[in-house]
Design a protein around this ligand. Structure first.
Ligand SMILES: Nc1ncnc2c1ncn2[C@@H]1O[C@H](COP(=O)(O)OP(=O)(O)OP(=O)(O)O)[C@@H](O)[C@H]1O
Length: 207
């Protein structure tokens, strides 16, 4: 069964097509990219998977089911960085990543080690004691990715994870996502970044 699938997924609003009929299937452990010009419907499609944008035709499914964010099982299944992740102004980067990890895995030493590992994988170890206001735009993006990737998920939806990142950081993120995919996580990634597209198992071009 595909982990993430769209069947003729379509969004039309007041006679304007936001998303033309789109079909694809992402198998478990695959990294899948959505490409296309500005306004071609990538974010609209990701929002449809999260239940925040209603389709006018077709269907989108995660592990064979329409996503209902109110269901705890679906919340555990899907992690996303599509809308901005809320951050606390008065907690350090390390405290926040560890808190999110602890909310899913429990407050244990192993959880703290897992959080530290993700912080390290995203090149943020030296910034662990910083507050969000003390981070650059690219560092904030890496922090948002850490908050997204530190929690359990069978499917991860990302909207332009390359935002604000330099070439080395794009490579870092691409390596991490590829490793996670090899461990079984499925990814659907809207992107304009060639390096990410090159690493993908499949690409759907919108528009
Ligand atoms: N609330 C809305 N009302 C009307 N049209 C909208 C609304 N939100 C988005 N759109 C339109 O829907 C289309 C798809 O937008 P979407 O954000 O999905 O594109 P995208 O492929 O993610 O673009 P980008 O590469 O610029 O991020 C665009 O033409 C946009 O103008």
């Amino acid at each position: 069964m595909p982990a993430i699938a769209a069947e003729d997924a379509t969004v039309v609003l007041d006679g304007t097509t936001l998303l033309a009929p789109t079909t694809f299937a992402v198998m478990p452990g695959e990294l899948w990219c959505l490409t296309g010009s500005n306004g071609s419907g990538k974010t609209t499609l990701l929002r449809a998977f999260l239940g925040s944008r209603r389709l006018t035709d077709g269907a989108v499914r995660v592990q064979g089911e329409t996503v209902d964010p109110a269901r705890p099982r679906h919340r555990r299944l899907i992690a996303s960085l599509v809308e901005p992740v809320p951050v606390a102004r008065d907690m350090t980067l390390r405290e926040q990543v560890t808190l999110v990890a602890a909310s899913w895995y429990g407050n244990t030493t192993t959880t703290a080690e897992h959080a530290e590992e993700v912080i390290g994988q995203l090149g943020l170890s030296a910034l662990g004691e910083r507050f969000p206001s003390q981070l650059s735009s690219g560092q904030l993006q890496l922090f948002s990715l850490a908050l997204t990737l530190v929690r359990p998920a069978g499917a991860v939806l990302l909207d332009e994870p390359e935002r604000h990142l330099d070439t080395d950081r794009v490579d870092l993120v691409t390596t991490l996502l590829t490793e996670r995919a090899e461990q079984g996580t499925s990814f659907l990634i809207a992107t304009h970044e060639t390096a990410l597209v090159d690493a993908c198992d499949g690409v759907t071009e919108l528009g």
